[in-house]
Every structure is written in C-alpha cells, then in structure tokens.
Design a protein around this ligand. Structure first.
Ligand code: KIV
Ligand code: NA
Length: 270
C-alpha cells in the first residue's frame, strides 16, 4: 500500500540516497511527478511560471491554498510541502502559525517552507513545536529580490558565505526537517551540508547537497521567460505545444478537423 512520505522520512534521508524533488502546481502534473519524486514542492514560483508575474511578491495565501489542494488531490506518495508567500509569516511567529495552519488545514499538505535565516529561527521553532513541520530556505531567497536588486547568486565572498552557513545551522537547530539551499557556490553548499544534521535540498547549489529540486516548468521547457544557469532542460514541451497547436489551427482552417471519426452522425472510413 502507498503511504505518503513524511517529514521524519525526509529528515532520515541525511547521508542516504539523494532526495528527489520538483515543483508542482496542478493536479495532473502532480500525478505524473508523484511516481518519481520524494517531495512535491508547491513553490511560490507559481507566481512567475503560472501567473506571469515578474517575481513572487504578489503571490497570496489563497493562491497557495488552491494550488496545494490540487497537488494533494493529484498525488498519493510524495510529501507535499507548500511555500508560505511573502507577507504571511515575517511579521510575527503568531501570524506565521495562523497562516501556516490555514495552509495545512485547507489543503491537507504536510509541511510549509519559509525563506530566511537567523531572523526566522524563533518562528521556525514556534511552528515546529506546535505541529507544523518546516522546511527552511537559505542562500538566494527570491522574496528578497528587491533587497538584492535582482536574482543573483549568493555567498560570493567569505563574509556572505559564513552568514549563509550560520543561517542554515540556526534554522536546522530551530527544528527544520530539511533546508533548501539556493543559488550558492559549491563550497558553501558543501559546508552547509556538512554543518547541519538534516538534509539540504539544493537548487543551483551543486551535487554536494543531500537532494535536488528544480522548477518543473523550467525542466520541461514550459517556462522560457528566463532560464537560470542551474536549470537542465530535460524536454522542450513548449516547442511541442507550439507545433501541436500550429497543426490544429491549420486543420481547422482547412476543414481537416474534425474528421468523420470525431463526428456524431458521420461514418468513419474503414
Ligand atoms: O518557489 C519555488 O519553486 C522554490 C523552489 C525552487 C525551491 O522555492
Ligand atoms: Na519559493
């Protein structure tokens, strides 16, 4: 029988086989990915890849709840982790708990992810102690895009690198069951992975991490506004869609579609 992976299952993968993770935002895609991944991440990247926003700042809790519920309905094996969007957890640990509890209760997801280092440690502990497993996210934090002045690799000097390692340690010590490490030098990813006792899940953070995550729409060639260096494209579905729809349009204009086999009251040729 299929049992969903849990936060303790993922935490126990430290030093074991790498954790496989991808983002998912819809039920049909979750259903396909579920066969292959350990963690389905309902990322606030959906603001960019699904809603066409320039960054993730305008994503709302309601959007995350609806997409998380869809991903839960489409999957039965992977652990489903959902991003807390910008503005729903930073103000206070109480506000963070209230919004994270809504996310879990209304979608059925098993954990939330929040961006941040030391400044979020108290919040992480508050949530975990009250029944909400938390995945951390350090290094390049897209919700800090206005402070960074764009999406830029982080930890590029010793001072920044040490700060990221310290942030990851503090979040892990606060009780996070795993930590996403995004957009950092290999040396930083390796140091973070060695410094904490829960798994690191890297994105643009080298194979030194305990697992990997990517944005599915990037992997499949469905999102082409911007492709970061760390993305490997395993398919070109955007091109496949373009060709399919070009053919459909041509068939409609030429009255080649619908054919007899698609019609009521017409006999298809044998
Ligand atoms: O929003 C997202 O998709 C993420 C992952 C890429 C880590 O945070
Ligand atoms: Na995110």
């Amino acid at each position: 029988s299929i049992r969903r992976l849990t936060a303790p299952d993922i935490a126990a993968r430290k030093g074991q086989t790498p954790i496989v993770s991808l983002t998912a935002y819809t039920a049909p895609m979750a259903k396909i990915l579920d066969e292959h991944v350990d963690v389905l991440l309902v990322g606030d990247s959906l603001g960019m890849v699904i809603y066409g926003m320039d960054n993730t700042l305008a994503v709302t809790l309601e959007m995350m709840i609806h997409h998380a519920a869809a991903v839960m309905r489409g999957s039965k094996h992977a652990m489903v982790v959902v991003d807390m969007p910008f503005g729903t957890y930073e103000e206070s640990k109480e506000a963070a708990f209230r919004n994270a509890a809504r996310l879990m209760a209304e979608s059925g997801c098993a954990a939330v992810k929040i961006e941040g280092g030391r400044e979020m440690a108290e919040t992480v502990a508050f949530l975990v102690e009250r029944g909400i497993p938390v995945m951390g996210h350090v290094g390049l934090m897209p919700q800090q895009v206005q402070n960074m002045g764009g999406f830029k690799a982080q930890g590029r000097n010793d001072e920044q690198a040490l700060a990221i390692i310290e942030d990851a340690k503090t979040i892990a010590d606060a009780g996070a069951f795993s930590v996403v490490v995004e957009g950092v030098m290999e040396q930083v990813a390796r140091a973070v992975t060695e410094a904490i006792s829960v798994p690191t899940i890297g994105i643009g953070a080298s194979p030194a991490c305990d697992g990997q995550v990517l944005v599915t729409d990037d992997v499949l060639g469905l999102y082409s506004e911007f492709t970061p260096k760390f993305v490997k494209r395993y398919a070109e579905l955007g091109e496949a869609v373009d060709q399919a729809v070009e053919q459909y349009a041509a068939d409609v204009k030429a009255r080649q579609f619908p054919g007899a086999e698609h019609c009521f009251g017409l006999k298809a040729a044998e």
